[in-house]
Design a protein around this ligand. Structure first.
Ligand code: G
Ligand code: G
Ligand code: MN
Ligand code: NA
Length: 250
């Protein structure tokens, strides 16, 4: 209840912050494909609250709509700042809740934020989870297709944890599959982790989608993913999510 009540004032009180974690190109050493924006809440009494503890509350209360808009705007305007600073450009990846996608004006709100922040749509990537595939199928398919037509990239996040088969994904305009970190953890543990990971990589490639591995923590995992031709990788091995001032970009 404290969380739900205090969340109402979090934006205006400037308590929200975006951290960013690099997604590295596994075929091109040291190249950053994208930075994923991950929200943090500095609560005046509770300290740092994890998104795992407040995003579900915000989804339930409806606060995810203004918070989601704040995240998109902040991430797009930050990426525009990075681009204007002259460094090699990369995409910014933003997590989107199903609740946001279900809003009839979601597409317009994204397009407006891109215009307002002056960020070219090709530098924005939206991450959606498998659970979206279960609700309001037609509305969501249409919205994602319109966004893709506008130049925005769409990824399916935490892949493998839900109930979707990869063939089902073909009906959606996804550019990229992000393999859930549970499978990556298993690479160094057992043969099944390796088998599942390589199956996801080859099926995604056969559907013309790129693949990113999440939660890479060791050299062993990285080596295996490179051998299996995984396109991108993210995890503590490269960097934790960091606030803007702690990121080393070039
Ligand atoms: O950064 P961390 O690993 O603590 O994130 C925990 C969870 O919160 C992840 O599942 C992540 O997708 C989710 N999350 C982080 N930032 C956002 C955000 O801006 N919007 C939404 N909807 N989820 C987010
Ligand atoms: O659900 P989503 O994939 O959007 O969220 C990514 C989450 O994974 C964030 O909470 C982020 O902090 C966390 N994360 C990123 N890299 C690693 C990693 O290498 N190991 C672990 N355990 N968590 C990670
Ligand atoms: Mn994500
Ligand atoms: Na791992």
């Amino acid at each position: 209840l404290t969380i739900e009540r205090d969340l109402i004032f979090a934006i205006e009180n400037n308590e929200l912050e975006l951290y960013y974690q690099p997604i590295m190109d596994l075929k091109n050493k040291d190249k950053i494909i994208a930075l994923e924006a991950l929200i943090r809440w500095h609560h005046p009494e509770l300290g740092l609250v994890s998104p795992c503890d407040f995003i579900p509350v915000a989804e339930e209360s409806g606060q995810i709509i203004p918070i989601g808009a704040w995240v998109l705007k902040t991430a797009c305007s930050q990426n525009k700042l990075w681009q204007d600073s002259g460094i090699v450009p990369f995409k910014v990846a933003v997590n989107i809740s199903t609740k946001q996608l279900q809003q009839y004006d979601f597409v317009d709100s994204v397009i407006n934020i891109l215009k307002e922040t002056n960020l070219d749509p090709t530098w924005l990537e939206l991450e959606v989870t498998e659970s979206i595939l279960l609700d309001d199928v037609d509305i969501i398919k249409t919205s994602l297709s319109e966004l893709k037509k506008a130049g925005v990239s769409i990824s399916i996040d935490d892949f493998g944890t839900g109930y979707t088969s990869l063939s089902y994904l073909r009906q959606y305009p996804f550019d990229k599959v992000k393999i859930d970190k549970a499978f990556i953890d298993d690479i160094s543990r057992d043969l099944n982790g390796k088998r599942i990971t390589s199956a996801i990589i080859s099926l995604a490639h056969s559907l013309n989608m790129d693949v990113v591995a999440e939660g890479i923590e060791s050299e062993i995992e990285l080596k295996y993913l490179k051998e299996e031709k995984c396109d991108g990788g993210q995890g503590y091995y490269f960097s934790r999510p960091l606030p803007v001032n702690s990121l080393k970009l070039d």
